[in-house]
Design a protein around this ligand. Structure first.
Ligand SMILES: C[S@@+](CC[C@H](N)C(=O)[O-])C[C@H]1O[C@@H](n2cnc3c(N)ncnc32)[C@H](O)[C@@H]1O
Length: 283
């Protein structure tokens, strides 16, 4: 049997993108009597609101607290931003349609959220995301893929949550579906930005060479007379874990160094690694 979503989601995505095509309507000034219509044109994707139950689930998955700085890309009427700000986070909505921006500001003002909920009339592709600890979005598969390189350059541990649409071969770290008060677009995907570990590392145990694919990696650990395959390589934000030669390595990646523990059946020792050659960029 073909799963319903494998047929329905691509069709819905097509509707979102076809209706968005050729949209130039947002150039006019904001209208205070504006009433949004589900499916109305947007610059790159139409407006369809995320259900409140899925918004709550998305923010739960990202573990949003008052310490977070949340950006909603394509913020519509501001529901996600307002919900995040109610949790105490600093939340910013990026929205191309000025009427949506004004309506969101009025919606946030009614909730008395002050500076915690802000809305900017801007293009999501031209927005600096580097201060965010959480990014939420309900866009399209093609837009997610276009954003992916920029997202992967964010600080390790930044959480990305998407309503309904995935990131190609970058598998989600967590998926959840809500059924209460939600009829369409009820699944959320969470990714944790992984530290960059691809390349060569010097360790007291030998030369460690890693081949990274998103949050997973393989590789080898070579000493003078032995070569061990790296298995179960995982990165969760800045946390790394793998096994090699019967030893379990765990640690914390901090740019060009790793510090952690190497545990074998007989011993548990402090373990460090230093990157050889080119630097890691932001991680
Ligand atoms: C599917 S709606 C999602 C709204 C909201 N995030 C939610 O989940 O309820 C997508 C929103 O993105 C906005 N949008 C489309 N292209 C955009 C762009 N290039 N920059 C900023 N916003 C954009 C649309 O106007 C629309 O409000």
């Amino acid at each position: 049997m073909v799963a319903w979503w494998s047929v329905r989601l691509p069709l819905l995505a097509l509707c979102l993108s076809l209706a968005a095509a050729g949209a130039h309507a947002q150039a006019q000034p904001a209208n205070k009597d504006f009433e949004p219509q589900v499916g109305q044109e947007g610059k790159d994707v139409v407006w369809v609101p995320t259900s409140q139950t899925l918004v709550n689930k998305m923010l739960d998955m990202a573990k949003v607290t008052a310490k977070d700085s949340v950006i909603d890309l394509g913020s519509g009427v501001g529901r996600t931003v307002i919900t995040a700000a109610k949790r105490g986070a600093r939340a910013v909505g990026i929205e191309y349609n000025p009427n949506m921006v004004e309506l969101s500001r009025r919606n946030a003002a009614k909730e008395g959220l002050g500076e915690r909920a802000q809305f900017r009339k801007a293009d999501l592709f031209e927005t600096d995301l580097s201060d965010a600890t959480v990014i939420t979005m309900f866009l399209l598969p093609s837009i997610n893929l276009k954003l992916r390189p920029k997202l992967l350059d964010l600080k390790p541990g930044t959480r990305i949550v998407s309503n309904s649409f995935t990131m190609g071969e970058w598998n989600a770290d967590e998926t959840a579906t809500v059924d209460k008060d939600c009829t369409t677009y009820c699944t959320a995907y969470l990714w944790i930005i992984p530290a960059k570990v691809d390349g060569a590392w010097h360790t007291p145990q030998g030369e460690l060479t890693l081949k990274q694919e998103f949050q997973n990696f393989t590789g080898t650990l070579k000493s003078a007379n032995h070569s061990a395959a790296v298995a179960n390589g995982k990165i969760h934000g800045d946390q790394i874990s793998f096994t090699a030669g019967g030893t379990q390595y765990t640690g914390h990646v901090n740019g060009n160094s790793i510090e952690g523990t190497a545990k074998s059946s007989t011993a548990s020792n402090k373990w460090t690694a230093t990157r050889v050659g080119k630097t890691a960029g932001r991680s």
